[in-house]
Design a protein around this ligand. Structure first.
Ligand SMILES: C[S@@+](CC[C@H](N)C(=O)[O-])C[C@H]1O[C@@H](n2cnc3c(N)ncnc32)[C@H](O)[C@@H]1O
Length: 270
């Protein structure tokens, strides 16, 4: 028989829905028990949790597209001071409600802020750990966002994206050369050439899915944006470290394009 507490929890969950993140609350109540990806994102978290430092004391963390804050709370449990950003106010309301449910036993409660990923270009703060998970393929301007995010990373970025590849049949990366003549077109159709699939209409009932890369394209973009140590730790998750001096070493025409697109003048940056 349902208790008063669980009835109230279910009502609040219903009022704040729909949910993408499943949380296990008291009395066995869950926020998204019927999730199409299973117990999500706990399922994903267990794949990466050991690779993230257990003690994040003193670490400033950024969770981009934090949704209801599952990862933000996990980082906070490890002592990190977390900023979770998301463009969708509904998810941020869920995150703030979850903060109340989890109780006040965190050293630092995560802060949740409504922000577009591209707003980061107009902020100066840097972060020791950045989670950029489950957002890249939702962006219409993904490489612009990646260039912006890369500049925010002091130590580690955890990057996750939907890819075009079936985990059981991954393509070998095609060894690209430094240059090709303009008459060379066949090369783009070689298996494993870096590619992004464009979705004009909808994918998985979601019209906010735009660009889906293969692994070669993910790795090429991470390298091109300036990350040095790039390690895929599970099917679609990459751990990326910037060089000691940071990733600000784009060629001048990229710098200008980025500055123009983000509204930051080149003078301010040089
Ligand atoms: C698929 S969910 C991923 C949530 C979480 N990061 C995870 O991996 O479980 C995508 C999240 O990104 C947010 N999002 C999508 N586009 C965004 C944008 N341009 N700026 C900020 N957040 C965005 C969505 O509102 C949603 O919460």
């Amino acid at each position: 028989m349902e208790t008063e507490t669980s009835r109230q929890l279910r009502q609040a969950i219903e009022r704040l829905g729909p949910w993408f993140h499943n949380f296990h609350l008291s009395e066995g109540v869950q926020t998204a028990p019927e999730h199409f990806l299973g117990d999500f994102p706990l399922r994903k978290w267990v794949e990466i949790a050991d690779a993230i430092p257990q003690d994040l004391t003193g670490w400033r963390c950024l969770d981009i597209g934090c949704n209801a804050g599952f990862y933000s709370f996990e980082l906070a449990k490890r002592g990190g001071r977390v900023l979770g950003i998301d463009s969708e106010p509904l998810y941020l309301s869920q995150a703030r409600w979850i903060a109340g449910q989890l109780g006040g036993n965190l050293r630092h409660q995560p802060e949740f802020r409504q922000m577009q990923i591209h707003d980061l270009a107009r902020t100066s703060e840097k972060f020791d750990l950045v989670l950029f998970m489950g957002v890249f393929y939702h962006l219409r301007y993904p490489t612009l966002a990646l260039d912006t995010v890369a500049e925010k990373v002091n130590k580690l970025m955890v990057f996750q994206t939907l890819t075009t590849e079936d985990p059981a049949q991954e393509l070998p990366n095609f060894p690209t050369k430094d240059d090709y003549p303009i008459t060379e077109r066949k090369i783009f159709n070689e298996r494993g050439w870096p590619k992004m699939a464009f979705i004009e209409k909808s994918y998985s009932n979601d019209a906010t899915n735009w660009w889906v890369p293969n692994h070669a394209a993910v790795e090429a973009q991470l390298r091109s944006t300036g990350f040095e140590k790039i390690k895929r730790i599970t099917h679609e998750v990459y751990f990326c470290e910037p060089p000691a001096q940071g990733v600000r070493k784009r060629r001048i025409w990229e710098e200008e394009e980025w500055a123009s697109a983000t509204g930051e003048s080149r003078q301010e940056r040089l």
